[in-house]
Design a protein around this ligand. Structure first.
Ligand SMILES: Nc1ncnc2c1ncn2[C@@H]1O[C@H](COP(=O)(O)OP(=O)(O)OP(=O)(O)O)[C@@H](O)[C@H]1O
Ligand SMILES: [Mg+2]
Length: 282
């Protein structure tokens, strides 16, 4: 049996707020196998983003364990955490946080450029990903010259440029109209299928969640339900590719190990006050 990609044991997270202890995660146990595609759903305030941030090493849990490929992340120093994050995890958030002064191609390459990789090495991969998300003709557009859906597709390509094993997405289509959301949802299926990337997606979109093979429902800091169904049931129709398919970047060029301690990549690929705090404390 292979080691699961993620094993979470009795994970808790509390915040101190105005002298009061706020228990946001109250003992989470979750196992995610490599290649899974799962939705995390639940009411606002249930702790979904907090859980995702803990898994993504953007936030530190209060107690418990998170094992990524068998390695316990809890207790690792900030440099090691940054190394794990850069090497294994990609992020997509509700707001894309592309860098406005750089074009789409440069934004996709950015995590690698920050790590000191050359443009020559990164460009073929970035171009292949832009083609995969249907944006070849927009490579030289800056974020301000792209639609909301196009911006989010660039963010998705950026999250994949270092070929992460795990992609974490927090309401990736929360800010988009339904037709645009639908095309992004299709891309998530395609990424899972073709790149074999393990996907954890927090979403309030019921139809999207129900189309995934596994749906984890959180309530009040706990896992309330964990439903699995055969992929054929989850997704009766094979998904038509929305854009021409290209070979997976992982096959195109092996990714190098991330430079230890390079945490700037995450800064360019995530957002949020708590995230910034987590990084600032590193
Ligand atoms: N830094 C913080 N300090 C204090 N409380 C916090 C902090 N961050 C989050 N919380 C609280 O933790 C709870 C869970 O927040 P979280 O962002 O994980 O919820 P969520 O399930 O993602 O909700 P939503 O669907 O609205 O995004 C909320 O009640 C929130 O107010
Ligand atoms: Mg949230």
């Amino acid at each position: 049996m292979t080691t699961p990609l993620i094993v979470i044991e009795d994970l808790t997270k509390s915040f101190q707020h105005m002298g009061q202890k706020l228990e946001v995660l109250r003992g989470i146990d979750l196992v995610v196998e490599e290649g899974e595609f799962l939705a995390i759903v639940g009411p606002s305030g249930a702790g979904k983003s907090t859980l995702l941030h803990c898994i993504g090493t953007l936030d530190l849990p209060s107690s418990g364990h998170i094992r990524l490929e068998g390695r316990d992340l809890v207790g690792l120093g900030s440099a090691k955490l940054a190394e794990v994050r850069n090497r294994s995890i990609g992020f997509v958030f509700q707001f894309h946080h592309l860098l406005p002064e750089f074009n789409a191609l440069e934004n996709v390459m950015m995590p690698g450029l920050i790590q000191g990789r050359s443009r020559r090495q990164l460009e073929p991969m970035a171009r292949a990903l832009l083609e995969e998300v249907g944006l070849t003709s927009r490579a030289t557009h800056r974020p301000g010259e792209l639609s909301g859906g196009e911006q989010q597709r660039v963010a998705l390509a950026r999250a994949l440029v270092l070929s992460p094993k795990l992609l974490l997405a927090d309401e990736p289509t929360g800010n988009l109209d339904s037709a645009t959301s639908q095309s992004i949802h299709e891309l998530f299926f395609k990424i899972n299928r073709e790149h074999k990337t393990t996907l954890l997606v927090v979403t309030h979109n019921t139809a999207f969640a129900q189309s995934m093979p596994r749906v984890v429902t959180m309530r009040d800091g706990r896992i309330h339900a964990d439903e699995r169904r055969p992929r054929t049931e989850a997704r009766a129709e094979p998904v038509e590719p929305v854009v021409p398919s290209v070979r997976a970047p992982a096959e195109a060029e092996p990714a190098e190990a991330a430079a230890p301690g390079d945490d700037v990549v995450a800064a360019s690929t995530h957002h949020g006050e708590r995230d910034a705090d987590a990084l600032a404390s590193e």
